[in-house]
Design a protein around this ligand. Sequence first.
Ligand code: SF4
Length: 347
Amino acid sequence: MANIFGLNVEEIKEAVAKLNIPSYRSKQIADWIYKKGKISFYEMTNLSKSLQEKLSAEFEISPPTLKQRLDSKDGDTSKFLLSFDENTAVETVLMRKNYGNSVCVSTQAGCNMGCAFCASTLLGLSRNLTASEMFGEVYFVENELKSEGKSVTNLVLMGSGEPLMNYDEVIKFLRLIHDEDIMGVGYRNITLSTSGIVPNIYRLIDENLPITLSISLHAPNDELRTTLMPINKKYPLKDVIEAGRLYAERTKRRVTYEYILIDGINDGKKEAAELSELLKGQLANVNLIPINPVRERNFYRPAKEKIEAFLNCLLKSNISATVRKEMGKDVNAACGQLRNRYLKEGN
Ligand code: SF4
């Protein structure tokens, strides 16, 4: 049975055309699904009984289903393990912030980028998610928030997966979520985070979507970056920074550079100076992220004084920088691990 969940109004119109349904019905159906959260045709009370029956016989409306949920003790963060089919599950995170409610979206089930500090890559890439599936993650959270009288205001494409390795579906997803008939999330409230897939950063520039680009840097030289992020062999730092510079120049939007601070690895004065030199004159902001310890790899969080010294070094060189405020430590420490456990144990 065809699933119409995640189709836009035009696509619903095409899908239901064979039933000879007037085209204005597709907008009504979209309203029921996306604005009112109804996933049974029988709940769409402005459709006639016979139309409800016809639609139910031909189509299903299947958003993802919840497998597991974790809530932080402070109540700010909720993590959901959502499944799309019996072999595919991803983590989606809701962060309730003072400026709004942000959803961290996964774009692939697993990841094959191999970043040394990341649990999402441990079991490799299972598959790309479709635009509808990514939309399903946000839809799920939106419906959860409704019960709190709130709604989704911001998105970060920072969950499992490299968004720019699933380019076409990610762009389709961005257009879908921005569509006023669907959810109407402003592009300026969306951040796409990449490990630096240079050719696709250039493609993204040409899409003219005013979203924020966030580039995971994590090291200020090729030698160190390659040990932390193998993708650096293919797209070295100089090319990544040039792509970021052009993104800022063309979109007039400040690029965020993510930098995970790992004790004794990339958090010294030398690295801070190198990083300052690298980003000199760019419309950029550095987001410093003290690492969640990865014991298997001997990656630990630097002491507070070292984090501050690194930050001050950047600020003195006129590089805009902040240290990420930690949220939901008790659930985020397990980022990527909820899914891994589920896949291994099947529960
Ligand atoms: S950090 Fe992102 S790109 Fe790197 S392995 Fe993890 S999910 Fe993939």
